[in-house]
Design a protein around this ligand. Structure first.
Ligand code: IFM
Length: 456
């Protein structure tokens, strides 16, 4: 027997995108290059040499895209601003054409009865900001950008995310070297993380001052970390992996400074000279923990790690164990809906953010249109179904989740994977730029209409 699982009245159903992943038009109307333009144009950095030069050509097709969101009955739309369109030098002179572009979109969304949510930083840092996130002066530049954007759009946009997934432009960019600017220097990864958190904290009061009724939060990517056999070494690997993904970011945001065990690990590994790193200045932690209105969470999967060396000398030595192929998405990520429940519950109990919005969740499957134009993406529907039930379970358990934004509205530039990975509920033919809503889009439309879904 099946039961209908009802979501709370006023639950925010949405979808999300990010500027560099969809806009294209990288040289138009005064936009300057971002670090992702530089990175994607560097041979060998992105699959197939793909770049965001054209992407979904949303810069020209945004009217059609807003229409699509409306037709699908999606009530909330999260998008990001391209900093280099608005402040081509990163700071200083404002490019009115950049503001105009977003003004038109915001107006069209509101006219279509769609509530906008802005992400200020989704990784397309102006390349002109020398040193990027490793240079502390970027914090003031971000404050300036936040000020310009919230003054320009705050009369109509009330929902603001400062930084998307600080883990990526720090750890993925500088420790793993897989994201722009693609360096491998673990110390720089921690410095970048520090400046990202500080930039977030500095922006919050600025947005609040400019937009009195704004709701402001930061967005973190989370997922539980598991292991196989519970040996001392394996549990140490888990502690370090989740310390890096969760606590290094959430602890300072919620006023706890950096976790002592992680500081000690980094000293042991030679990444930091001392447990009181030089890049931390007086007052930084106070600023980073400026109270926010919600915590935004992006969830896709869990990780399973096992120790691969001597944890005592190098707590980070571990291997990530992939799940069996049948339960992986095309990104190789395990489909593990229970992990979303666990993530929400843990965040609620450990940090008490008061309000949680899931700002991304979705799956990459490459199903395309048949002759009829229909896209039968059944695996994505199954993925979404399982994850929405996990959200409902968390809400029933008392976790205050007020919204869910599906990643993504349409297939787009998936960073280092280029256009090979398709997360959209709308298929994009990148040759013709034709959009084809997938079955999952119509399925999601029904979920939204009925404010819930069946439990089977
Ligand atoms: O496409 C990305 C997005 O930009 C940030 N979060 C994860 C998504 C899927 O990898």
């Amino acid at each position: 027997m099946s039961n209908f699982v009802q979501f709370p009245k006023d639950f925010q159903w949405g979808t999300a995108t990010a500027a560099y992943q969809i806009e294209g038009a990288v040289n138009e109307d005064g936009r300057s290059p971002s670090i992702w333009d530089v990175f994607s144009h560097t041979p060998g950095k992105v699959a197939n040499g793909d770049t965001g030069d054209i992407a979904c050509d949303h810069y020209h097709l945004w009217r059609e895209d807003v229409d699509l969101i409306k037709k699908l009955g999606i009530k909330n739309y999260r998008f990001s601003l391209a900093w280099p369109r608005i402040l081509p030098e990163g700071k200083g002179k404002v490019n009115q054409k950049g503001l105009d572009f977003y003004n038109q979109i915001i107006d069209a969304l509101l006219k279509a009865d769609i509530t906008p949510m802005i992400t200020l930083y989704h990784w397309d840092l102006p390349a002109s900001l020398a040193g990027g996130w490793v240079n502390r002066s970027v914090v003031n530049a971000f404050a300036e950008f936040s000020d310009v954007a919230s003054k320009a759009f705050g009369d109509r946009v009330k929902s603001w995310v400062t930084i998307n997934e600080p883990f990526c432009p720090s750890i993925v960019s500088y420790k793993m070297g897989r994201h722009a600017p693609g360096e491998i220097n673990h110390t720089k990864a921690l410095i970048a993380a520090h400046h990202l958190l500080l930039a977030h904290g500095r922006a919050v009061p600025i947005i609040k001052e400019n937009v009195k009724d704004a709701k402001v939060g930061i967005c973190v990517n989370l997922g539980p970390v598991y292991t196989k056999e519970r040996t001392y070494e394996n549990l140490e690997a888990v502690r370090h992996a989740e310390g890096e993904l969760w606590r290094w970011f959430l602890d300072p945001i919620y006023g706890r400074h950096y976790p002592a065990d992680m500081l000690a690990d980094f000293v042991k590994m030679g990444v930091l000279d001392s447990t009181e790193p030089e890049f931390v200045r007086n007052g930084d932690f106070e600023e980073m923990s400026t109270p926010t209105d919600f915590l935004a969470i992006n969830y896709y999967t869990r990780n399973t790690v096992i120790a691969s060396g001597n944890q005592k000398s190098d707590p980070s030595s571990m291997i990530f164990i992939p799940a069996p192929k049948e339960i992986q998405t095309e990104m190789g990520w395990e489909v593990y809906p229970e992990g979303l429940y666990e993530t929400l519950a843990r965040v609620h109990w450990d940090y008490r953010p008061g309000d949680i919005i899931i700002t991304e969740n979705g799956a990459s499957y490459s199903d395309g249109p048949g002759i009829s134009g229909k896209v039968n993406d059944i695996k994505r529907i199954e993925y979404l179904h399982g994850h929405l039930l996990a959200v409902a379970k968390a809400i029933q358990a008392g976790v205050p989740v007020s919204g869910y934004y599906l990643w993504s509205l349409m297939d787009n530039f998936e960073w280092g994977f280029g256009y090979d990975q398709r997360f959209g509920i709308v298929y994009v033919d990148f040759k013709t730029q034709k959009r084809y809503p997938k079955d999952s889009a119509y399925w999601y439309q029904k979920v939204i209409q009925s404010n819930g879904l069946s439990d089977v």
